[in-house]
Design a protein around this ligand. Structure first.
Ligand SMILES: CCCCCCCCCCCCCCCCCCCCC/C=C/C(=O)SCCNC(=O)CCNC(=O)[C@H](O)C(C)(C)COP(=O)(O)OP(=O)(O)OC[C@H]1O[C@@H](n2cnc3c(N)ncnc32)[C@H](O)[C@@H]1OP(=O)(O)O
Ligand code: FAD
Length: 668
């Protein structure tokens, strides 16, 4: 079988790995990326990005100062968006995200929020007339916007946001104000220096009543000079753990007036006389968050896929220690512990990517239904996107760290790209709703389902139908080889269902003794566990179902990966499966053996599996993960670019170290 990943001059070990591959990598790449046509488009976009020198970095960004990073990112995003004819702009999830990942990397930039939240909010929250006016300006890039919701004092609890928008019917204007320091908007991406517009979420007051948080479009800076408008104070919030190419910002209003029609009025409205028209569903205004939570799943999967690619490739070229004495040092990928550390991360990346396709499809369905005023699926997409966002971003962050650790010392260097990948991805645990908080949103959905079941209703959404099923009292497991997909799912359903009812009963009891919120708080650890099990069950079910749709010659290898994902979940929570004698210790021990079997079976295909994700070096940006495996000369070249190496002797020597040593020597 031909293999496009093998080229002359490559490291011998990585080449040998690729020669061992038992499946068609191109076919696998097409399956992973949604079809041959999609794969072909990836290749065309890559070719274009590589051919346009202006889309490149003048030096590795790790060696740049923050100001240089912001400038470099701004230059590239303008060049990138000057050339959007290179992609199908309607395919944000596929071509848009790939084009931006290749060009911009993981440092974000002046227009990330413009594309990820500002434009989607205009699309989702404006009425027709507003859409006509604002969307064309935003798409043409005549204005650059962000999404300013979080404040210094409140991010999670939107009902307590402090920024106010008081309607004045005399002038038909809203007056935006930040009454306290804690009302300052804080965090919005590209707010500090780049954006001149923002969707600002503020408490709407009309006719003397507060109507809760609503979105408004607000001009922040003068069009020509880019100076802040009167009454507006804003700036950058300083360096962060990651995404330092983005100027996340702060913003305060001092009685700034905006026209009535700058309130986004697709769902809620304020009429000229101040009459408030409420939306059909109270959370329709939160739609952009649901959108971002949905696209985050793919983004997080890509980051974990990249980390796994780097670590697995590196483990195939790194030789250290002997397994059989005097027979030469082995590739570290041959250590079972290394496989145990890395292959589950790759398996997770697959599980998350396949879930990302599902949530994308559900999001599109919900959007379509909303155009007809149908809000039926809102609770389901809110629960699923919140749950996936939380579990996926957490596992991704932990997985990236495992990959880093598995690369030893070199994993700690920024040459590996791990610090950048981690700094970028771990933000996902916090933004778009702190994970623990979002898990509790899922739990609300699950507790309602449990209540329905208790009441004898069979009317549950498919996603939580397992809660109403009776299920087996004992696992059907007899041996790993005969452990069918439906048995795996049934075992996970048992544990997820048990946890739902454990939390439900605990909550019910607590509610008899305390008010609803206090009761909820006293059960919240169990409630979060419930949500995690629900999401893991979904991920496993979806992964196995997806594998069954793969071309037949890919199914065996993918099935090993999917089973590893499931077995890893089961064995790392064995206690839950022993409850009520559902599973025996000997059965669990067999499943544990199943993990080792999967590792052994995946080992020969490990490098080819990560090649199938189709990361180009341009996207990975990692010396350790480079396609050709020639890591050591590349590390030396990378280090030589350090600004500290521009001179043989640093001024600090003459200032500090030199005098110290000379003085010490003179005293001897
Ligand atoms: C032309 C092409 C060009 C191409 C260029 C392309 C360039 C592309 C660039 C691509 C880059 C790709 C990378 C993508 C990812 C990376 C992006 C990084 C950017 C990060 C940006 C971050 C932004 C933010 O963080 S914005 C701020 C987000 N904030 C939050 O999420 C706040 C969290 N809090 C909440 O959501 C709520 O307050 C909540 C849910 C905690 C509680 O709300 P509440 O009002 O107090 O409600 P509650 O009483 O608890 O519940 C009431 C009821 O309502 C239900 N509910 C709540 N929310 C929703 C919802 N959203 N939808 C539906 N229902 C909801 C809730 O469940 C309750 O229901 P019941 O139980 O029935 O009562
Ligand atoms: C990289 C990054 C980019 C961001 N970009 C934007 C942006 O573009 N626009 C924007 O508006 N915002 C943005 N944010 C802000 C982000 O959305 C918020 O930080 C996030 O929603 C969490 O809110 P918080 O900071 O108020 O956390 P807090 O709510 O203060 O959380 C602190 C702790 O309290 C816990 N906690 C809070 N409430 C509860 C509860 N009810 N029950 C149990 N535990 C609770 C949390 O679990 C957490 O452990 C960004 C943040 C980051 C890190």
């Amino acid at each position: 079988m031909s293999n496009r990943w093998i080229q002359p001059g490559d490291n011998v070990d990585i080449t040998n790995e690729r020669k061992k591959c038992t499946f068609d990598i191109e076919k696998m790449s097409a399956f992973i990326h949604g079809g041959e046509d999609k794969l072909q488009r990836r290749r065309e976009i890559l070719e274009y990005v590589k051919s346009n020198k202006s889309l490149g970095d003048p030096q590795p960004i790790e060696f740049m100062t923050r100001n240089e990073r912001v400038e470099n990112a701004s230059r590239k995003i303008v060049e990138m968006t000057n050339n959007t004819d290179q992609i199908d702009g309607s395919d944000f999830f596929g071509e848009g995200m790939y084009y931006q990942a290749l060009t911009m990397g993981r440092d974000l930039h002046a227009m990330s929020l413009h594309y990820v939240m500002f434009i989607p909010t205009l699309q989702g929250q404006t009425d027709d007339e507003q859409l006509d006016h604002w969307l064309s300006l935003a798409i043409a890039r005549a204005i650059v916007g962000t999404y300013a919701q979080t404040e210094l004092g409140h991010g999670t609890n939107l009902s307590k946001l402090e920024t106010t928008a008081h309607y004045d019917p005399k002038t038909e204007e809203f007056v935006l104000n930040s009454p306290t320091i804690t009302a300052a908007k804080w965090w919005p991406g590209a707010l500090g220096k780049s954006s001149n517009y923002a969707v600002v979420v503020a408490q709407l007051y009309t006719q003397g009543e507060c109507k809760g948080p609503h979105p408004f479009i607000v001009q922040l800076r003068e069009m020509d000079t880019h100076k802040p408008l009167k009454g507006i104070t804003l700036g950058d919030i300083g360096p962060k753990l990651g995404i330092n190419g983005s100027d996340n910002g702060f913003l305060l209003f001092d009685h700034v007036r905006i026209p009535r029609r700058h309130m986004l009025m697709r769902y809620s409205k304020v009429l000229p006389d101040g009459t408030y028209i409420k939306p059909q569903h109270s959370k329709l205004g939160y739609g952009t968050m649901v959108f971002v939570r949905s696209i985050m799943i793919k983004d997080q999967a890509s980051q974990l896929g990249a980390a796994s690619t780097i670590a697995i490739r590196y483990a195939s070229v790194r030789r250290q220690g002997e397994i059989i004495p005097n027979s030469g040092e082995v590739q570290i990928l041959d250590y079972q512990t290394q496989q145990y550390r890395l292959f589950p991360q790759l398996a997770r990346a697959f599980a998350f990517l396949f879930a990302a396709y599902e949530i994308r499809d559900l999001y599109m369905k919900v959007t379509e239904q909303l155009t007809h005023g149908n809000t039926e699926l809102l609770p389901e997409i809110h629960a699923l996107s919140s749950g996936l966002k939380s579990v996926v971003s957490w596992d991704t962050a932990q997985g990236i760290e495992q990959c880093r650790l598995a690369c030893g010392g070199h994993g700690y260097s920024q040459a590996s790209a791990f610090p950048e990948i981690y700094g970028y991805a771990v933000g996902g645990c916090t933004y778009e709703g702190e994970n623990i908080v979002m898990l509790q949103q899922v739990a609300r959905f699950l507790m309602k389902a449990a209540e329905e079941v208790k009441k004898g209703s069979a009317n549950l959404a498919e996603i939580c139908a397992y809660i109403g099923r009776k299920g087996e009292q004992h696992s059907r497991f007899t041996s790993v080889d005969s452990y069918r997909d439906e048995d795996i799912v049934s075992d996970l359903e048992y544990v997820a269902r048990q946890q739902v009812f454990r939390a439900y009963e605990k909550l019910r009891k607590a509610q008899q003794q305390a008010n609803s919120e206090t009761a909820w708080n006293s059960c919240s650890v169990e409630l979060c566990k419930t949500s995690r099990w629900h999401v893991r069950l979904y991920l496993v079910k979806n992964f196995l179902a997806k594998v069954s749709t793969a071309p037949s010659d890919l199914r065996a290898v993918l099935h090993d990966v999917a089973r590893l994902y499931a077995f890893d979940i089961i064995t790392s929570s064995s206690g839950n499966f022993y409850e009520n004698g559902y599973m025996r210790e000997d059965q669990m021990n067999e499943i544990r053996e199943g993990v080792y079997k999967c590792l052994h079976r995946i080992r020969p295909n490990a490098v080819s599996l990560v090649d199938s994700w189709d990361y180009d070096d341009r996207e990975l940006k990692s010396v350790l993960g480079r396609r050709d495996g020639n890591v050591y000369p590349a590390l030396l070249e990378w280090a030589k670019q350090s600004p500290l190496n521009k001179t043989e002797v640093l001024p600090t020597f003459d200032k500090y170290l030199g005098p110290m040593m000379r003085e010490a020597k003179s005293k001897l």
